[in-house]
Design a protein around this ligand. Structure first.
Ligand SMILES: NC(=O)C1=CN([C@@H]2O[C@H](COP(=O)(O)OP(=O)(O)OC[C@H]3O[C@@H](n4cnc5c(N)ncnc54)[C@H](OP(=O)(O)O)[C@@H]3O)[C@@H](O)[C@H]2O)C=CC1
Ligand SMILES: O=C(O)/C=C\C(=O)CC(=O)O
Length: 353
């Protein structure tokens, strides 16, 4: 076994159908009086429902969360929280809404309670992202880690199937890269493999029965594990490529993860055989890159960058950007091979092994 460093972060997780009803007692535990409830404009009804459950303890609803947390929105939300006398924020939604909560916490230290409704995993991490003048800055800070996470599968029943599959693939990507991370460790590896296994089983079932609470619960369980992996070890080439494609070419987050992952795994396969073995074992398959590709394709998710808004003429530039400020990766980044990876992902080719 190699030497390693393991860091355990505080995590208080309430898990199960109906756990949202414990929100008020969680606020008591945190010693806070009034919560600002955050959501996207489209999920305002859920936020209103949560505010309704809190009664007088709801300071109000701020429904302007959007992807990648524009700094203007974060400032507006912080000002809103101050104006309403909120001493806590409750983020009800996916990574975009949790991200807005984190931006508030980063500046103000306000405690966050996260109620995730996708599988992105942000609720388990100290990673924040804020976009200013078109550039997304990310960092890690303990202040942004939600104090309590409520995984209530009832709230995910309405997550559209397509988004559920791609969001689940986003989670699998955290765990897959965690397994070959330069900072991996045996405890996090266990979570990574189990997270991939849980989602590998849940996603096809979820496609068939999107309103099955047990299946939704299994998917959230996998997402929790995969989010913990993202929080605990450094990510590699795959995340770098997705951040390039999302940040510079405005491709949709979860779909981009879905398309790129098989190709990033194929790129790293020979350099990380043990990780590939564990990913393949978790998905009950022989080849990790092919298994991940098949999981996406067979469940109706996009498999080609050209189908999610990428232009062929931008592939060279994407390759150049991905080569800058590289994330540590098991296989060194070679321009020609990386350009081929992007071409394969653009065309949606199934990896050859
Ligand atoms: N800091 C971190 O550790 C991490 C950060 N992220 C960040 O999070 C963002 C991506 O998160 P992701 O969750 O994919 O994206 P969003 O939060 O934008 O949610 C994705 C989609 O899911 C829909 N949705 C969410 N909840 C429901 C629901 N209950 N019912 C119906 N639809 C729902 C949203 O619809 P609508 O828009 O209509 O609300 C949206 O279209 C990115 O900005 C990414 O960088 C991702 C992972 C980790
Ligand atoms: O970009 C961020 O906000 C931080 C991390 C992630 O988005 C992780 C991911 O790519 O899913």
């Amino acid at each position: 076994m190699k030497d390693f460093v393991y860091i355990g972060r505080p995590a208080r997780v309430l898990f199960g159908p109906g756990t949202l009803r414990q929100l008020a007692s969680e606020l008591d535990r945190l010693g806070v009086r009034k919560a600002l409830v955050l959501s996207t404009p489209e999920q305002r009804a859920s936020a209103e429902q949560v505010a309704g459950m809190l009664g007088e303890r709801a300071a109000g609803v701020f429904d302007r969360a959007v992807m990648h947390v524009p700094i203007e929105t974060a400032r507006e939300a912080r000002a809103h929280a101050v104006r309403l006398g909120a001493d806590c924020a409750v983020a009800v939604g996916g990574g975009s809404t949790v991200g807005l909560g984190k931006a508030i916490a980063l500046d103000s230290g306000l405690p966050i309670v996260a109620v995730p409704t996708t599988y992105a995993g942000s609720e388990m991490t100290t990673i924040y992202g804020i976009t200013e003048a078109g550039l997304k800055k990310t960092g890690r800070d303990d202040r942004v880690l939600p104090r309590t996470v409520i995984y209530d599968p009832e709230l995910t029943l309405g997550l559209p199937v397509g988004m559920s599959i791609t969001s689940g693939m986003n989670a699998i990507a955290h765990a897959a890269e965690g397994l070959y991370s330069t900072t991996s460790n045996p405890i996090i590896d266990l979570m990574a493999e189990e997270g991939i296994r849980a989602l590998g089983v849940a996603l096809p079932r979820l496609r068939a029965q999107p309103r099955d609470l047990e299946v939704r619960g299994n998917a959230l369980y996998g997402a929790w594990l995969c989010g913990t992996v993202l929080a605990s070890v450094e990510m590699a080439l795959h995340h770098k490529l997705c951040h390039t494609l999302g940040g510079s070419f405005n491709l949709p987050h979860a779909e981009t993860h879905t398309v790129v992952l098989p190709h990033a795994l194929a790129y790293n396969a020979k350099a990380a055989p043990e990780a590939m073995h564990r990913i393949a074992r978790a998905l009950e398959a022989k080849s990790a890159p092919q298994a991940v590709y098949d999981l996406a394709r067979d469940n109706g998710a996009p498999v080609a960058l050209r189908d999610i808004g990428m232009r062929a003429e931008d592939l060279d530039r994407a390759c150049d950007i991905a080569l800058q400020n590289q994330y540590p990766n098991p296989r060194p980044l070679e321009r020609a091979a990386l350009r081929q990876l992007l071409q394969d992902a653009y065309e949606g080719k199934r990896p050859s092994e």
